[in-house]
Design a protein. Structure first.
Length: 402
């Protein structure tokens, strides 16, 4: 640079001519405080405002102070200031319309809001501003926390200013049961799906996965397969206490002796205790309900004399539904009875492995949880077993009286 002697002539006072006069200083910056979008502070005679979200997250971080190296990421310089800010006058509501005969509930970030919900935000002791949650998809911001609260810098993303209010809403003469409007929605993660109210007239049109609403609750339809006596019968778990079943339109009931209900109760069933002994030769006369008496000899399995896995007359194995954990031939057979079809041929038990056997290419399309499918070429009635000493073959006799 070169040599020098003496001192440099002092500069003039800093020039603030390029900065606006902020007309009084906000509170002094405090490094220990937590700042949010819109907060204003003063430091060394300059006024700063915390930027909007997401930059507002830096306003309370080290290195992002108004005099820090990264301040521009977090703070906006508003101008120079001196003294203190004069108190503001009361808010001017002349440009806002008055809403209703009172104020809706105050905004609460812990409440879940939906499209059309109205809230109030107090601005002085007498009046509040009313906001309404916008429709989908903007309405999702109504539940995004304080950074998107009505009246904040980001509030207009989810909320519409409707007007002002004072007082509270007049109480209704009698409680009103809340009912969602016709466009009650379920959000599947990507879009809003309109949920229609339950209708008994539309019952036959509902399929698995259909969602309907009843009151404030949303229900999802599941496949229960109770559209015929056969499907109801296949849902029932056969035990020594099993007596029969009845079908009332889409309601399937499997009946057991008192204290003889299966434990645990199968998924989708509700346990009701009463009655014992075989079903008498009578029904109660309820219209639309049919009672089916269980005849055990219609559901017999015969163990083949030769040990091993079941095969047809040509020595071919059958297609099978396989599961693990069977503790007896009866528990395996009861599991198989849940999925009986015209192609069902029998069962086998190999230690704890249970197999339900069907003609080739005719495995059920739905079957109990915990089973997996294997496809082989066997067809027709079971003829023999393969001699494997670890397995036992049981031939299904659909009607032992024939």
């Amino acid at each position: 640079m070169g040599s020098c002697d003496g001192t440099i002539r002092p500069t003039t006072a800093p020039a603030y001519s390029s900065l606006a006069d902020h007309n009084g200083c906000p509170v002094e910056f405090d490094a220990s405080a937590t700042y949010e979008a819109g907060d204003k502070v003063e430091l060394y005679g300059l006024a700063y405002e915390c930027r909007s979200w997401p930059n507002s997250g830096w306003c309370s971080q080290d290195g992002y102070e108004p005099d820090g190296p990264n301040y521009k990421e977090a703070w906006i310089v508003l101008g120079f200031c001196e003294g203190t800010m004069a108190p503001t006058t009361s808010p001017n509501f002349s440009s806002l319309a008055e809403i209703g005969d009172g104020c809706p509930k105050e905004y609460d970030s812990s409440t879940v809001y939906e499209s059309g919900d109205q809230v109030s935000v107090s601005v002085n002791d007498a009046k509040s501003v009313v906001y309404e949650c916008k429709s989908w998809p903007n309405g999702a911001y109504c539940n995004s926390g304080d950074n998107f609260a009505p009246g904040t810098d980001n509030g207009n993303l989810g909320w519409t200013k409707k007007g002002f209010c004072d007082g509270t809403l007049s109480p209704t003469k009698a409680p009103i049961v809340y009912a969602p409007n016709e466009k009650c929605r379920w959000y599947n993660g990507t879009k809003a799906i309109t949920i229609e109210p339950w209708s008994d007239a539309k019952r036959s049109t509902y399929v698995a996965g259909t969602r309907v609403r009843k009151g404030t609750n949303i229900y999802k339809s599941e496949t229960i397969g109770v559209d015929s006596p056969e499907s109801c019968q296949n849902e029932c778990l056969i035990t020594d206490a099993f007596r029969g079943f009845y079908l009332d339109e889409y309601v399937c009931a499997c009946m057991y002796d008192f204290d003889g209900l299966p434990t645990p109760t199968p998924d989708g069933f509700e346990a009701i205790t009463s009655g014992t002994g075989p079903i008498a030769q009578q029904a109660d006369g309820s219209e639309g309900v049919t009672c089916y008496k269980y005849l055990p000899d219609e559901y017999l399995f015969e163990a083949l004399a030769t040990d091993g896995h079941c095969t047809d007359a040509s020595g071919n194995y059958y297609s099978a539904l396989i599961s693990f954990g069977a503790d007896s031939p009866q528990s395996c057979q009861n599991a198989c009875l849940q999925s009986i079809t015209d192609a069902f041929r029998g069962s086998f038990l190999d230690e704890d492995v249970c197999g339900c056997l069907y003609d080739a290419g005719n495995l059920p399309t739905t079957y109990p949880e915990g089973f997996y499918a294997l496809d082989f070429s066997g067809t027709g009635p079971i003829a023999q077993a393969d001699g494997d000493i670890d397995g036992t073959c049981y031939k299904y006799l659909p009607n032992s009286n024939n």
